[in-house]
Design a protein. Structure first.
Length: 300
């Protein structure tokens, strides 16, 4: 249906919880191009109306001529007259940083892609290039263990929806578990702790070791790990006073948000352990009624 697409994020108005997003698709053969926001997210079982946080939606052709784009439902937009190339622009509002939603503020960005990414219906297995304009004095990180954080490419729309991003003053990583590994290994990196108070939030080496031991114990229960798409499983965590407490596992990563400063209190490790065990349970021994997240309706 098309050779590829690209989506870019810029943050000209973080103080008012807004991001500006542009999606470009080409070689569209469908007479009517249907764009939509997701209505579900990995790790969640309920319907979420992410479309309510999108507004100021516009469409253009390759010559920057405006196209007529019509909102046909709360999260669906259609362009019926086009030449095969469409550039869609929209504003995204986000003020709820947790494991499912989007948080945008003067301190950075917290992006769960189902809540941020508008996609073209009917195209699942097409590469998507993602570009983020890094806010000043911010560090970018995402859930891919080894990638160019400025312009990575995902192999498909579902893979893009399973991506997590943070842009904060500091972003440390914690990745664990090579796929199908009988003897799992964990990188010697600290728990994620983006914060504006480095002196009080730097995680201790003992916490990282305990997280590693917890992951190894969980894998011992199942005897192996799933075949992760990128060879390992990654935790991204926002630990600061401005997020909502949550932990949400995705296909290859977990987003953890904890409302506080990392001051050595290791109760946060309970969330790492819980989400990783849940991931192993669902991917290694899935329940009979489990199905892949379709992003158009609730997962179960």
């Amino acid at each position: 249906m098309l050779n590829g697409s690209a989506i870019s994020f810029s943050f000209p108005n973080l103080a008012h919880h807004e991001a500006r997003i542009e999606l470009v698709v080409s070689d569209i053969t469908a007479r009517t191009a249907t764009f939509r926001m997701s209505r579900s997210s990995p790790g969640r079982y309920a319907t979420h109306e992410f479309g309510k946080n999108v507004y100021d939606v516009k469409a253009y052709d390759q010559n920057s001529k405006p196209l007529n784009i019509v909102r046909t439902d709360g999260d669906v937009y259609e362009v019926s007259r086009h030449s095969g190339y469409i550039r869609v622009q929209y504003t995204l509002y986000g003020n709820y940083a947790d494991g499912t939603y989007v948080g945008l503020d003067a301190d950075g960005a917290h992006l769960n892609m189902p809540g941020a990414f508008m996609w073209l219906k009917g195209v699942d297995n097409t590469p998507i290039t993602i570009q983020l304009q890094r806010p000043a004095r911010m560090a970018l990180d995402n859930s891919h263990p080894a990638t160019d954080h400025r312009r990575p490419t995902r192999p498909s729309r579902p893979a893009t929806c399973n991506t997590l991003w943070t842009a904060r003053p500091r972003s440390d990583r914690c990745a664990t578990a090579n796929g199908r590994s009988k003897t799992p290994t964990e990188r010697a990196t600290p728990l994620a702790s983006p914060s504006t108070e480095p002196a009080t939030t730097r995680p201790s080496p003992s916490s990282a070791k305990k997280s590693s031991a917890s992951s190894a114990s969980a894998q011992a229960v199942f005897g192996e790990t799933p075949a992760y798409d990128y060879g390992s499983y990654t935790f991204l965590a926002s630990i600061n006073p401005y997020v909502h407490g949550d932990g949400m596992e995705h296909r290859n990563s977990t987003m953890i948000s904890n409302a506080g400063n990392f001051n050595g209190n290791e109760r946060i490790l309970n969330t790492f352990a819980h989400e990783f065990f849940h991931l192993l349970e669902c991917q290694t021994d899935p329940p009979p009624n489990a199905r892949a997240v379709q992003f158009r309706k609730r997962a179960i």
